[in-house]
Design a protein around this ligand. Structure first.
Ligand code: TYD
Length: 162
């Protein structure tokens, strides 16, 4: 695997004040909104609105009714998911077995998901476009695809901490 640059690792990045505390768990964050009779506008600037340096953006679209995407966790990657159009549900599990479901239906809100959280995207509406802003470039080795492996990783971490 190629060595990551410092920028890719987010080194030297200073999140806006207040982010350290909230980086503990999944939560909704709100972006600035510029209301305008010609149409509204929202935006994201790295350190002002984000807990991490943005390394990658991708989007999921044309999801057939009833399909589910993204049943997995990441070892290191953090992300913010935004329903740019339409709506979807994101189920997040921090490893305590209790699933938290966030309904995303506003383009000026995002769901922050920390690393080591199992997450699944479901109930996409017709024409939904889900934007995902990620802290790392694509790296298959960062994925945990198996739920039992995810639980083992979480509990090994708890054990290390004790
Ligand atoms: P994946 O993240 O596995 O999506 P899901 O969990 O919903 O199935 O991505 C699906 C495929 O897309 C995977 O084989 C690799 C590719 N992919 C990229 O090449 N770059 C990316 O940034 C992402 C997110 C996926």
């Amino acid at each position: 695997m190629m060595k990551k640059t410092e920028a890719e690792q987010g080194k030297g990045y200073r999140p806006a004040a207040g982010w350290t505390a909230v980086a503990e768990g999944a939560r909704i964050i709100e972006f600035p909104r510029v209301h305008d009779v010609r149409g509204n506008l929202s935006f994201i600037e790295n350190a002002r609105h984000f807990p991490f340096a943005i390394a990658r953006v991708y989007w999921v679209y044309d999801v057939p009714g009833g399909e589910v995407r993204g049943g997995h966790a990441y070892r290191s990657l953090q992300e913010v998911m935004i329903a740019l159009s339409g709506s979807l549900d994101v189920a997040v599990d921090s490893g305590d077995g209790a699933e938290q479901v966030f309904h995303l239906n506003r383009s000026y809100r995002g769901l922050y998901v920390p690393q080591l959280h199992w997450r699944q995207m479901r109930h996409f509406s017709t024409n939904a476009v889900a934007l995902v802003v990620a802290s790392l470039p694509y790296d298959e080795d960062d994925y945990i695809y198996n739920y039992d492996d995810f639980m083992r990783t979480i509990h090994a971490k708890d054990h290390d901490r004790a």
